[in-house]
Design a protein around this ligand. Structure first.
Ligand SMILES: [Zn+2]
Length: 126
């Protein structure tokens, strides 16, 4: 399983493409914010994390199954990541950011992701 952080992973590139299609302006890997979010949409005060299901312990996801070998090691490691993710989310919310998580396993469901992003990121028309 490759390292998920860094600029060019496929899930991140896919999300970047979706955002562009929606005409949403964003910044990448913003170091000044907690957790260094993958995407920051300042105009909507929203950050987006693209999370690998295994490393971030996606609940009830087949990709997040703990290997049977060294299972204690893996479950502790992933629990630590989850705790850190939760703390990051808390810190960001305290600073009034909306936090959106996109799981790796959902990326290919383009229609669903676009709907989700639109609901989160485009001004509500009433
Ligand atoms: Zn998943």
């Amino acid at each position: 399983m490759a390292n998920i952080k860094g600029r060019g992973t496929l899930p991140e590139r896919t999300v970047a493409l979706y955002l562009k299609q929606l005409g949403i302006r964003f910044r990448r890997n913003v170091k000044s914010l907690p957790g260094q979010p993958d995407f920051v949409v300042s105009s909507r005060k929203t950050v987006i994390f693209v999370q690998g299901c295994f490393w971030h312990g996606h609940t009830n996801c087949t990709r997040a199954k703990i290997p049977q070998t060294n299972s204690l090691f893996w479950s502790q490691k992933i629990e630590k990541n989850r705790t850190r993710d939760a703390r990051t989310t808390r810190l960001l919310r305290k600073k009034k950011w909306h936090v959106l998580t996109i799981w790796q396993c959902r990326i290919r469901d383009k229609k669903r992701i676009l709907t989700h992003l639109k609901r989160f990121l485009t001004p509500q028309i009433r």
